[in-house]
Design a binder for this molecule. Structure first.
Ligand code: 6PG
Length: 231
């Protein structure tokens, strides 16, 4: 994409296209990513696509959450609420927040059970319709970091995790969800991430030790959304 604004517009159109392509009698499972990048995407959807989407059909989950309360500035839920959820007519019972304030081990189990209860299976695995991911400069995605990349191979749907520098406790989706999704969109614009993106896409030295490189939906579509706004 030429700009992050184009990228946000493209993501929104992709979301609409995939919702319309889902059987009428089924909910559309959209798993949100956290951090800062999604803010632009969420604002674009709230501003230009609010009335284009039948929000009664959309169920919102998160791919990861920081272990903080819902009103904490670090909360991915708070970021989504402020930039999207408060601005669209989505029923509150379609929003499934990870309880960052709870015990991480217990919440990872609870949220895994909740996800399984609401998400239609495909080939034996609960299949999210669209998993939105971001990537850190270290190549992490969701809250799977290079130091705990083995979380990708977990048999659990969600696991407790921890930020390697800040030691902030996290809860993250594992490869069981990410690589069984129907569509995965890796939203990774910006100059700072470009070298890491190039390393992964061009399979340069060490690429396969990066969590973002492990995102390979087995029976789904993988889309990298990048921008050209860099020299
Ligand atoms: C989180 C995210 C994380 C994020 C990347 C990119 O909870 O922080 O889920 O995986 O997507 O760190 O974050 P930015 O969009 O802020 O660069």
């Amino acid at each position: 994409m030429d700009s992050v604004d184009d990228l946000a517009e493209y993501f929104a159109s992709l979301l609409v296209f995939n919702i319309l392509g889902t059987p009428e009698n089924r909910s559309f499972i959209w798993m949100l990513s956290g951090g800062n990048t999604p803010k632009l995407v969420f604002r674009k959807i709230a501003a230009n696509f609010r009335d284009v989407i039948d929000w009664d059909r959309v169920k919102i989950f998160w791919g990861d959450e920081r272990c903080v309360g819902p009103d904490d500035d670090e909360s991915n839920y708070k970021m989504a609420r402020e930039n999207l959820l408060d601005h669209i007519p989505i029923p509150s019972f379609n929003i499934f927040r990870i309880r960052g304030e709870a015990n991480p081990v217990e919440e990872a189990v609870r949220y895994s059970q909740l996800f399984k209860r609401h998400v239609h299976p495909n080939q034996g695995f609960p299949q999210a319709d669209l998993v939105m991911l971001g990537m850190g400069e270290d190549g992490h995605t969701a809250s799977i970091f290079p130091a705990n990349i083995d979380l990708f191979k977990s048999d659990a749907l969600f696991e407790p995790s921890e930020h390697p520098e800040t030691r902030q406790k996290r809860i993250t989706a594992t490869g069981m969800i990410i690589n069984h999704a129907k569509v995965v969109v890796m939203v990774a614009p910006g100059e700072a991430k470009a070298p890491r993106v190039a390393q992964i896409i061009n399979r340069l030295e060490g690429w396969d030790r990066l969590p973002a490189a492990r995102v390979k939906p087995e029976n789904g579509e993988m889309i990298w959304l990048l921008d050209r706004e860099r020299p």
